[in-house]
Design a binder for this molecule. Structure first.
Ligand code: TMP
Length: 213
């Protein structure tokens, strides 16, 4: 008998939503429950993926075409699935990924205006049946997120976008979450860190409990 496939968990949200803290909280709680989470991120997660990330986020290619951006995201994802995510899940390991294809629908779809159907074609091509089992969406007002993100570092190619772009991204994430309440858990990330962390812990506990049941 083969090992049971690992669970695939993703964390999503606009800039400044607190994804890094969320990743840490999830990893710690999982460890307490005896589950080791393989932490990774998109775009990135492999040597080639990280090189593509640098091209995508840096300013050397400001003005890159929307389709180019979309295809580079999926190129990085194809490599990531082939080398890291797929093999880990196959051997029964759980994977925790900082962003995945929902980010493509939110940023390249809702944000840039690329038709959902075109993204769907790439999703099916690159991922086959692979979809996250659980997605934590950290939601907060755009202004609050950008304010937090702005304090951190020089804005990357996405962070330079206007507020209206991030409003579309946020709206897109919430629309996807409303359409698939089985997979998404929306966490109000505008609150104090402790409340947000407690909420995240509770969501993961419930998810693990449902699997073991
Ligand atoms: P972050 O993961 O450090 O927040 O930054 C990654 C940036 O890339 C973020 O602005 C969202 C963007 N992105 C997309 O536009 N499409 C995607 O498919 C992914 C994974 C990320």
């Amino acid at each position: 008998m083969g090992t049971r496939r690992g669970q695939f968990i993703t964390v999503e949200g606009i800039e400044g939503a607190g994804k890094s803290t969320c990743m840490r909280v999830l990893t710690e709680l999982a460890a307490e429950q005896g589950i080791e989470l393989l932490q990774t991120r998109e775009p990135g997660g492999t040597e080639l993926g990280e090189a593509l990330r640098a091209l995508l986020l840096g300013h050397r290619h400001d003005g890159m075409g929307d389709d180019t951006e979309l295809l580079l995201m999926f190129a990085a994802r194809a490599e990531h699935i082939h080398r890291v995510i797929g093999p880990a899940l196959e051997r029964g390991q759980w994977v925790l990924c900082d962003r995945f294809t929902d980010a493509t629908y939110a940023y390249q779809g809702y944000g840039r205006g690329i038709a959902r159907g075109r993204i769907r074609i790439l999703e099916e091509w690159v991922q086959g049946e692979l979809r996250p089992d659980l997605t934590i969406l950290l939601d907060l007002p755009v202004e609050q997120g950008l304010e937090r993100a702005g304090r951190r570092s020089e804005p990357d190619r996405f962070e330079r976008e206007a507020q209206a772009f991030f409003e579309r991204v946020r709206h897109g994430y919430l629309a996807m979450a409303n359409a698939d309440t089985g997979r998404y858990r929306v966490v109000d990330a505008s609150r104090e860190l402790e409340q947000v962390s407690n909420d995240i812990r509770q969501q993961l506990r419930a998810f693990i409990g449902a699997i073991d049941a």
